[in-house]
Structure formats: C-alpha cells, structure tokens
Design a protein around this ligand. Structure first.
Ligand SMILES: Cc1cc2nc3c(=O)[nH]c(=O)nc-3n(C[C@H](O)[C@H](O)[C@H](O)COP(=O)(O)OP(=O)(O)OC[C@H]3O[C@@H](n4cnc5c(N)ncnc54)[C@H](O)[C@@H]3O)c2cc1C
Length: 303
C-alpha cells in the first residue's frame, strides 16, 4: 500500500494530531539514538489501537510498540511501518487494595500513586523509568521486587485485534522476560494487587531505593539502563569491571565509569557506536571469563 494511502487511513483511525510521518525516534528514546519511523501514532484509547492492528493485519503493514523507550535501541535506519506509542494511555486509578494502570502510565507514577493511597508492594518500581506496558513485557524489577510479585491480571489486544484478559500466571513472567513478545500481545491495562501499608514506611523504602539508584547509576547521561542480564552465578557489572572495560569508548558511546553495567551516550553516539561497544564488551568478557553476556536491552530497526 502506498504511503499516502496509509497516512489517509491512519487519519481515519486515529485523531489527526496523533499521526506523524517520518518521526525522529531518538527524541522518544532514553539512549537518544535511532532513525525515523515511517508512521508514528499516539492513540488515546484502546479502540483506536484495535482498529490500527486490524488495518495493519489486512494490509500487511508491520507495527512496533513503543513505551517510554527506556529499554530499546533503535538502529540508525529507523523503523518501517507504524510505530504505536502508548504514552497517551496513562490513567491510574485505585479500587480497594488494587491499582489499575493503563499501559502508557509510567511505572514510577504508578508506584507514587500507590504511596499516596497507602498501598505497599510497588516500592521497588519507584525508579524504573518505563511504562506499565514495558514493565510487564520485561517483567521489570529492582532491589528484590519484580512485576510478577504484584501483577494480578492485564488486558491485552491480541494479534487478531481482540481485547483479552490475561491472568499474571498466563504471562510466563520470569527474569526480564514474559510471553508478551511471543504472543504479540499489546498490553492495554494492568491490575496490581497490593497490601495496605503506612505512608511513612512505604516512603522510607522508596527514598532509600532512590538514594541507592542515584548514587550508583550514571543518570546524568542518556542510557538504556543495565545493558545485560545477570548471568547465572555472576554479576554482569563485576565481570565488565574486572575486564577493565570501564571508560572504554567507541565513537560517542562509553562503558560508564560509575556503573559498569551501563553504556552511556556520552557524546552524540550513533546506534552503530553503541552496538559495536555492546559487542566488544560481550567478546571481551567471553575471552576473559568464558561467560556469555545476554543482552537485556532490545535492539530493533534497520541498519
Ligand atoms: C536509567 C535506567 C534505569 C533502569 N533501571 C531498571 C531497573 O531497575 N529494573 C528494570 O527492570 N529495568 C530497568 N531499566 C530498563 C527499563 O526501564 C525497563 O525494562 C522498562 O520496563 C521498559 O519499559 P518502557 O516502557 O521504556 O519500554 P520500551 O523501552 O519502550 O520497550 C521495551 C519493549 O517492550 C515492548 N512494549 C512496550 N510497551 C508495550 C505494550 N504496551 N505492550 C506490549 N509490548 C510493549 C516494546 O515493543 C519493546 O520491545 C532502566 C532503564 C534506564 C534507562
């Protein structure tokens, strides 16, 4: 289908201001890297998403989901087809001891909402910069907590465009993974089961975790957080540190001197710099310690 026809159809399916052509993606990503999206849409309700999924299925146009872009590297050639940003679906509400958050709400805001409602369980998420959808997709976690501990169920749009309820137990949530990618589900809304708590106690935990994060992570530079998963029996950061890789740079990308598990975009890096440095780290650690570092961050798009 030719571009103008796709654009016209998207204008019928999504509000006019929420459809863009040739959108520069780096402004939507934490790494500040990446090319352009052919079409970039920001739906405001799940019906619009359903209609876009059905349209893209009928016309065989690929679509890619974007949360807060905090765990994604997009290649310099950008993304063909439609990028669906979920940021406009950001409502958070309370129902007894449960919190219902739409997929585009930030998990940090969901955690703060829980504090305001004196509900405990989401303290671990108070510094994770993703959306609720991205957090479910990755089973995000920190400091001993993870989404799996608190998720009750989610509503998703499946690959046929149907709205379906999935129990947490059906999502196969495991260390930084779920079956959302394999099922090609789009998370629309999540319900978290929490426990009543005391405001001061919840806040104290959140303040402590924020202090730990700010003192250990290079939050002053663009990055995608921890690049690698924790290999069984090791810590990725320690292996990288012991390989004397901190401060190693390729182009504008650098292995952080503050936290070896982070690669920062220190000086206008390209995606090629960033990916070359990731591969260099993997190769060096494998040679020194015989350990394979598996990427946590997703790399998508065209060269
Ligand atoms: C400074 C920093 C610190 C971080 N600290 C942590 C941490 O402590 N713990 C941790 O686990 N992670 C951490 N991360 C990584 C990241 O924040 C998480 O993985 C987060 O869950 C990603 O969410 P996102 O919305 O940014 O997803 P994105 O990066 O936008 O997308 C990630 C993947 O999820 C998919 N996706 C996004 N939304 C949906 C949806 N609604 N439905 C289906 N698929 C979807 C995307 O297609 C993509 O494949 C950190 C990142 C940074 C930059």
């Amino acid at each position: 289908m030719e571009s103008q026809k796709i654009y016209n159809k998207l204008l019928e399916l999504v509000k006019k201001d929420n459809v863009k052509v040739n959108e520069v993606l780096k402004k939507h990503l934490y790494t500040k890297l990446g090319g352009k999206a052919d079409f970039f849409i920001t739906p405001t309700n799940f019906k619009e998403i359903q209609n876009v999924v059905k349209f893209s299925n009928e016309e065989n146009i690929p679509f890619t989901l974007l949360g807060n872009g905090s765990n994604l590297i997009i290649k310099d050639g950008g993304i063909r087809g439609i990028v669906i940003s979920l940021k406009n679906l950001d409502d958070i509400s309370t129902d007894g001891n449960t919190i219902v958050a739409q997929s585009g709400a930030r998990i940090i805001d969901t955690s703060r909402h829980a504090l305001k409602e004196r509900l405990s369980g989401l303290e671990f998420a108070c510094g994770i910069p993703g959306t609720v959808g991205g957090a479910l997709y990755m089973n995000a976690g920190a400091y001993g907590g993870e989404i799996k501990d608190v998720l009750d169920y989610a509503y998703v749009i499946d690959r046929q465009g149907n709205l379906v309820k999935r129990l947490a137990s059906e999502l196969e949530l495991d260390y930084r993974t779920s079956n959302i990618e394999r099922e090609k589900d789009i998370v629309i809304e999540a319900t978290f089961s929490l426990k009543p708590g005391k405001y001061e106690e919840i806040k104290e935990v959140m303040d402590d975790l924020t202090y730990k994060r700010e003192s250990k992570q290079p939050l002053e530079y663009p990055s995608c957080g921890s690049v690698f998963k924790r290999p069984p029996g090791y810590f990725a950061g320690k292996l990288i540190q012991d390989s004397q890789l901190q401060g190693k740079n390729i182009g504008g990308a650098e292995v952080s001197t503050k936290h070896a598990g982070f690669i920062v975009n220190k000086n206008n890096a390209t995606t090629t710099d960033y990916i070359s440095l990731i591969e260099h780290v993997q190769k060096t650690v494998k040679e020194r310690f015989g350990v394979d570092l598996e990427r946590e961050v997703r790399i998508i798009g065209e060269d």
